[in-house]
Design a protein around this ligand. Sequence first.
Ligand code: PHB
Length: 389
Amino acid sequence: MGYRSIITALSASALVLAGCGGSSLGQSGGGQSGGEVKIGLLVPLSGVYAPLGEDMRNGFKLYLDQHGGKLGGRTIKLVTADEGAGPQTGVPAAQKLVTQDQAAAVVGVVNSATALGLRDFFHESKRPLLVANAGADDITGARKSDYVWRTSFANGKVGAALGPAVAEDAKGGVYLIAADYAAGREMVGGFRKTFEAAGGKVAGEKYTPFGKTQDYQPYLSAIRASGAKAVYTFYAGAEAVSFVKQYKQFGLAGETPLYGTGFLTEGGVLDAQGEAAVGVKTSLHYSTELDTPRNKEFVAAYRKAFNEPPTVYAVQAHDAAAVLDKALAKAPGAEGDALVKALGGVGPIDSPRGQWSFDADHDAQQKYYLREVRSKDGTVVNAVIRELK
Ligand code: PHB
């Protein structure tokens, strides 16, 4: 993932990246069977999560390139819009994709706050939104919609997967610290439930201003003063780099084990953290190190295309393309309701993360893994320790 550069030069391919307005095919959001279908890609091209957006774009593009630029037999015209740092930019960008560009479906969304801000718009405009990252619990929970589907995860579930393992490992109270917005609070909330149910004790809890915190020293001092025996956290993107590096510089890494959801040590974030991340343990539904033929083939293809290893963000977007491939094959007109019905019938997805399916709430039903950052061949990787139950 590009901490080196946020926007990569996209290679010439069957993929058409267009920023143009509606086409004659656009009136029903799809057009006649056999022609071109517009798909909107909404990912951050700016802000702390911009590199995650680049990974998602790469993952989606790889699937298209591997399938001759077609999904379900239809040539795809991809229209990309910038989610930016959150709903203020992400909501109008999505509205433009649907109303002006006439995208048959929108894929992407990194930030939980953007996803929450978009729910009613997609519900009311009856156009499918395939969330390929943002984990806001309500999107597939209290505020689920026929038109909203998720190929990634729910925040609470990624946190909950790790709770019992930390309760078992920790030698005393655990300090909870995360970015102060929906994702941070839900990843802590989900963790806390299973952690406390397994006998774990909380030594302190703190939420740091999202997108604005660069200096974690005051928070690290509070962690040390609390006497906590371990720390559990959610940060992603640029915040994850700062937190893990400062955790090490402050001297906590040697004395207080650090746990988190896997976004803490994913992709370019892990590259930037380097040796400072060694020993950090996380829960996630993917690792480049998953030892399966499907994942090895994916990692090799992704490396070949982008000259770097893939990430969970790339996999989630790649899988969104796989979902659309199956759905468009069943709903060749690509109209909202027909497409939504087809989404309900896509069945299991043969993903690099392992096979997964949509559950009744349109969330990904999948395995979670315990990962540990280890040095390997002169670099650092998320070694897979075991499946989490
Ligand atoms: C979210 O806001 O839901 C979110 C953002 C970045 C991540 C994971 C979740 O890495």
